[in-house]
Design a protein around this ligand. Structure first.
Ligand SMILES: CC(C)(COP(=O)(O)OP(=O)(O)OC[C@H]1O[C@@H](n2cnc3c(N)ncnc32)[C@H](O)[C@@H]1OP(=O)(O)O)[C@@H](O)C(=O)NCCC(=O)NCCS
Length: 189
């Protein structure tokens, strides 16, 4: 995603949190009691950091930070994001196991989403289920999704959740070391 809020650019705008460990945890559950979402807490960050080290996942996501292995930068940034009221960070669980994350953020006035599933769990419909649950708790509309032109799995996830492709953009993708096309998806209601 060109705007790349949760992986690089926006962290520096936010204040440090004061009490991020005291968040109340509300677990949202899908119909089959398999995929759950709950607000991300600071102790999740270690696991979520490890997920985004995956090279194949990074290639798909494309618009990654310059150095995804920089753990200190990751923790600093996400610690700040967890206390930002315009960001909705949810951790995705299957049962009690953390399998990914999904987030809403505001970038240049547009509300956008992003998500990541641990590679071990790809192809099981988890991203689709997680996004459906997320959209039931995050009501901001319209909401946008940006996806690399060749990230077919993510495009399918968005389309299954009602997003419609409305255009495209170009941007430099760190994980590809090249300028690539990304598709812009929009959900109105
Ligand atoms: C994209 C991503 C979230 C998909 O997660 P997932 O849990 O595997 O997604 P789902 O299983 O819900 O749906 C993916 C669908 O796309 C399909 N798919 C995956 N790769 C595909 C490809 N290369 N070509 C065509 N279809 C593909 C899957 O088979 C599945 O469809 P199916 O249910 O009909 O089999 C996951 O690969 C990921 O986290 N990637 C790294 C980060 C990323 O790309 N985030 C999104 C940034 S926009």
């Amino acid at each position: 995603m060109t705007k790349e809020p949760l992986t690089a650019n926006i962290g520096s705008h936010f204040k440090k949190p004061s009490k991020f460990n005291n968040k109340k945890i509300n677990v949202m559950t899908d119909k089959n009691n398999e995929v759950n979402l709950r607000p991300t807490i600071i102790t999740d960050l270690d696991t979520l950091f490890r997920f985004q080290l995956d090279k194949e996942g990074g290639y798909l996501a494309a618009f990654m930070p310059n150095d995804p292995t920089d753990k200190a930068a990751y923790l600093d940034k996400y610690t700040m994001l967890l206390s930002n009221p315009t960001v909705n960070n949810q951790t995705i669980l299957v049962g009690k196991k953390i399998v990914g994350s999904i987030s809403k953020f505001v970038m240049e006035g547009d509300t956008e989403i992003t998500y990541w599933i641990d590679r071990e769990f790809w192809g099981q419909g988890i991203a689709t289920k997680a996004l459906k649950i997320f959209l039931s708790i995050e009501n901001t509309r319209p909401i946008y999704g940006r996806v690399a032109f060749d990230n077919f799995g993510s495009q399918k996830v968005l389309e299954r959740c009602g997003f419609v492709k409305i255009g495209s953009d170009k941007g430099f993708a760190n994980a590809r070391q090249a300028e690539i096309e990304e598709f812009i998806y929009k959900l109105n209601d």
